[in-house]
Ligand binder design. Structure first.
Ligand code: SF4
Length: 284
């Protein structure tokens, strides 16, 4: 049996940064109630770790921040947050820490730089935290990947900057760009997808020719894990492809002749992946 790990694997830089920050805040703010604004990552073990340490996740809604008392501390998640959220906490004299991922910060910087002079169109999913953050700025219009955009609300002769949610599927972004290009004359289109997700999708095209089984490790609630799984199925309709989160999900046969290629979503812990690899090695 051979096992190939498609790198990068495990947590992406954004999730790593957020987890490191949570651990630091836990030490610094020992006597406070710690809250995470939004979701830290789609990883059940991580959610359990937060629960065990009494760190609560708040719904991504600024009303949740208004309810907090002065014994609270807030960590803004990797997906970003609006400036209004910071203002609410400053007014309440509540300390906050920012785990916004570098890629998402770049989008927010672009929006805050341009929105007062050039309108922006944000391609995203309606209720995603990144979308809600983008829409908290004025002059930003949503192109929802399901419902598109209401063109009657736009001046179609104006120039627009187009950016997108970092985790969208390439096919959805291309469809949105094509649709926008048919309707608006002057578009300045920027691809603001996360390079780390793209790289993992690309790496699936380079798996070993002898591969018999492809394992995608990650939570079923993680959109980039699901996308990796779908990509593997599309690329290799004749190979066995499984999405698993732990050794408990291994309910298929593995034998000595198998060549196993493994990839993971961006919210998967390398320790969990190693545990799965060790378990598989024993299945001879
Ligand atoms: S997947 Fe990309 S954009 Fe999302 S947190 Fe990770 S590095 Fe940041």
């Amino acid at each position: 049996m051979e096992i190939e790990l498609l790198k990068p694997i495990g947590y992406c830089n954004g999730v790593k940064k957020a987890i490191d920050l949570v651990n630091q805040v836990k030490e610094i703010e020992k006597d406070k109630n710690i809250y995470i604004f939004g979701s830290l990552a789609h990883n059940e073990n991580l959610v359990k770790y937060l629960n065990d340490n009494n760190i609560k996740s708040l719904k991504y809604d600024i009303k949740e921040l208004e309810r907090l008392d002065s014994n609270s501390v807030v960590i803004f998640s990797a997906h970003g947050h609006s400036k209004i959220a910071e203002e609410i906490l400053r007014n309440k004299l509540i300390n906050y820490y920012d785990a916004t991922c570098f890629n998402i910060e770049r989008n927010n910087t672009l929006i805050s730089y341009y929105h007062s002079s050039i309108p922006l169109i944000f391609i995203g999913k309606e209720n995603h935290e990144e979308t809600l953050t983008a829409l908290s700025y004025s002059n930003v219009y949503l192109y929802d990947i399901t419902n598109k955009i209401d063109y009657s609300k736009l001046d179609l002769n104006k120039e627009y900057i187009v950016i997108n949610q970092t985790s969208l599927k390439e096919i959805d972004i291309i469809k949105a760009h094509n649709d926008l290009s048919k309707n608006i004359k002057k578009l300045n289109i920027l691809d603001t997808s996360c390079g780390l997700i793209k790289q993992r999708l690309e790496n699936l095209k380079k798996i070993n020719k002898s591969t018999t089984i492809i394992l995608i490790i990650g939570s079923k609630t993680s959109s980039n894990t699901i996308e990796l799984y779908n990509q593997a199925k599309r690329l290799y309709p004749n190979k066995k492809v499984y999405m698993i989160n732990s050794i408990n999900d291994i309910n298929f046969e593995i034998n000595d002749l198998d060549y196993i290629s493994i990839s993971s979503g961006c919210s998967s812990d390398i320790n969990d992946i190693n545990e799965i690899v060790e378990y598989i090695k024993k299945q001879k």
